[in-house]
Design a protein around this ligand. Structure first.
Ligand code: PLP
Length: 354
């Protein structure tokens, strides 16, 4: 705290990202990064962008990238696509542009912990709606006056997916609110709500390149929705930073979208390993929530989660533990390579088997 801080800054409660340790050789299963590298075509495109052109500003509209994203989704026009510097930035703009109204917004009590941070930043009132006892989102619980609704699908950190029919019911029950579906993990399971965008002008779907496209370090995310929603995001963007994506990001992300084969191969590998990891954890006595994401959320009936995380750390493996009500006995474990997950399983065998 300093006397130079504004009242706004004094009141902030910033998000705390998962640890990015400096130690080499750790098995890093704590921030849901993809264990496989980015598309080689994306890397090549970025290398090709390094040169004299970096003297010039990038395309403020990222037109090439938005066209590639639109083409990927079929009946979506480039004008229905917004891109930003990571989906966190896209989400931030959505909070200010579309979720700041008289009524409080709604999101699950257990969800991406950045949502309440944005609410605080922008002065948005919110109400946390409890997930049910099996950590599933019940659409009926959202039948209450609201200024908007946001949730990840699959949810984080639970990994549970909500069926598309439930999302459609939510949209129909809330025609006067914007519903933001944060699909950071959708490529690892679940059905994308992008298919509903042309039928529901109140739906905004947000995606990231950080997880399924293995480009967390590049910081690219996007939103798909009705042009009126996209216009709102553009108004915020052009009042904040008109060049959010640099030349490397535009080139790399566009090539990553176009490399469908790499995308398919790596996401299927993650999905396969998730199955093995789930079975290994269950055989050690863990309860594992059904996951449609690139992580699993698991608890052991007889072993404290914080202690288990600590014991794993001593063995050079890091996973995520949230010291939060209802989930403090869970560990969130990112699906790594088969080798990394086998190391995790054998470390856990020592820890919980003892
Ligand atoms: C990882 C994640 C994001 C942020 O993605 P970036 O594009 O890296 O900013 C957004 N929402 C959820 C639920 C996430 O897990």
């Amino acid at each position: 705290m300093s006397r130079f801080w504004s009242a706004t800054v004094r009141a902030l409660q910033p998000y705390v990202p998962g640890e990015q340790p400096k130690l080499p050789n750790l098995v890093k299963l704590n921030t849901n990064e993809n264990p496989y590298g980015p598309s080689p075509r994306a890397l090549e495109a970025m290398r090709g962008e390094i040169g004299d052109s970096l003297r010039l500003y990038p395309d403020p509209e990222s037109t090439r990238l938005r066209e590639a994203i639109a083409a990927l989704h079929g009946d979506i026009a480039p004008a229905q696509v917004f891109v930003g510097n990571g989906s966190d930035e896209v989400l931030a703009h959505a909070f200010l542009a579309l979720l700041k109204h008289e009524q409080p917004i709604l999101f699950p009590d257990i969800t991406y912990s950045f949502y309440p941070v944005y609410c605080k930043l922008y002065g948005i009132d919110f109400r946390a709606v409890p997930l049910d006892d099996s950590f599933a989102l019940r659409v009926a619980d959202y039948a209450q006056p609201n200024g908007g609704i946001i949730f990840p699908n699959p949810n984080a950190p639970t990994g549970r997916a909500l069926p598309l029919a439930d999302i459609e019911a939510l949209l129909k029950a809330n025609p006067d609110s914007v519903v933001v579906v944060d699909e950071a993990y959708i490529d690892f399971g679940g059905e994308s709500a992008v298919a509903l965008v042309n039928h529901h002008p109140n739906l905004l779907v947000v995606h990231t390149f950080s997880k399924s496209r293995s480009l967390a370090g590049l910081r690219v995310g996007f939103a798909v929705g009705h042009v009126d929603l996209i216009d709102a995001l553009n108004r915020v963007k052009n009042s904040f930073n008109s060049y959010p994506l640099d030349r490397l990001a535009i080139a790399g992300a566009t090539a990553a979208i176009e490399d469908r084969e790499w995308f398919e191969r790596t996401r299927q590998a993650v999905i396969r390993t998730r199955g093995t990891l789930t079975r290994d954890l269950e055989s050690l006595g863990f309860e594992v929530l059904p996951s449609a994401a690139n992580f699993v959320f698991a608890r052991h009936p007889r072993h404290d989660a914080a202690q288990t995380a600590q014991a794993l750390r001593q063995r050079g493996i890091i996973v995520r533990h949230f010291k939060l009500p209802r989930i403090e006995q869970f560990l969130r474990i990112t699906v790594g390579t088969d080798e990394q997950c086998a190391l995790l399983a054998s470390a856990l065998r020592e820890i919980v088997g003892a």
